[in-house]
Design a protein around this ligand. Structure first.
Ligand code: BTN
Length: 249
């Protein structure tokens, strides 16, 4: 199948992980741009070394493409991809009013329905794989955070087509980093908890402060009570606003 943007789709009934397939293809010299889409994954991978439950009915897709910049540019792609998912749901289901949780989770009413896993899968040229898992027909059980799904009446192919169009537009806006200012502004307008209390957890370390925005490399800027700004590059963040919302819903 070829999408309206001209991007080909390689479809798998069942695969270990579309991100792993992207890496294997990159190892053979593949540059894309192309989509790898599976009905089911047996080894779906999530952030922070977690697994991603991948039963049929949801979207499991990876976009593989090359950039002229070095691999350091890839850290900004998280925000580009989260915006594309946000655009997609806003177009297909505007009443759901999604928000983005740093760095790239997309939530509805405080519950996650989409995860994004961008990885550098090749060098010279830099190849990036953006893995997207979108809960459409079902939300997995037993996750360490609340989850939801968009609704089984939405076709997986419809979500993929819309996501492809939006990702293409958002990647053009980003322009390999030259447009990151616009990406950052749009991301911030849709972000959860900006300007409010945030706690970042990385291993045993917990820091609380105010979420002040995004650094140029995509780090979350946390300002402590004494005014010290700490860039958070990885780990989990939780927002007082979100916890309050969860308790009252
Ligand atoms: C997260 O934990 O938030 C990221 C989840 C990313 C899941 C997607 S599904 C398609 C692609 N293949 C994988 O193995 N993971 C990503």
């Amino acid at each position: 199948m070829i999408l309206a943007t001209g991007h080909p789709v390689r479809h798998f009934d069942r695969i270990d992980s579309t991100n792993l397939e992207a890496r294997r293809l990159a190892d053979t010299g593949e540059c894309g741009p192309l989509w790898l889409v599976a009905d089911e994954q047996t080894l779906g991978r999530g952030r922070l070394g977690r697994s991603w439950v991948s039963e049929p009915g949801n979207l499991y897709a990876t976009f593989l493409f090359a950039i002229a910049q070095g691999p350091q540019a890839a850290s900004q792609v998280s925000f580009v991809a989260a915006l594309a998912v946000h655009d997609t749901v806003t177009k297909l289901r505007p009443e759901l009013a999604p928000r983005i949780k740093w760095p790239n989770d997309v939530l509805i009413g405080g519950a996650k329905f989409c995860g994004v896993l961008p990885e550098v899968v090749g060098e010279n040229p830099t190849r990036i794989a953006i893995g997207c898992g979108v809960n459409i027909a079902h939300a997995p059980e037993g996750t360490p955070y609340p989850v939801t799904a968009l609704g089984a009446d939405l076709a997986v192919a419809t979500v993929l087509k819309e996501l492809d169009a939006n990702l293409t537009r958002r990647l053009a806006q980003w322009d390999e980093g030259r447009g990151f200012g616009a990406t950052r502004t749009d991301w911030a307008a849709r972000a959860l908890g900006l300007g409010s209390a945030v706690t970042a957890t990385s291993g045993a370390r917990k820091i609380t402060g105010t979420f002040e925005g995004l650094a140029a490399d995509g780090a979350l800027l946390l300002e402590e009570a004494d005014g010290t700004r700490i860039p958070i590059h990885s780990g989990e963040v939780s927002f007082a606003e979100l916890e309050r919302q969860r308790r009252t819903s």
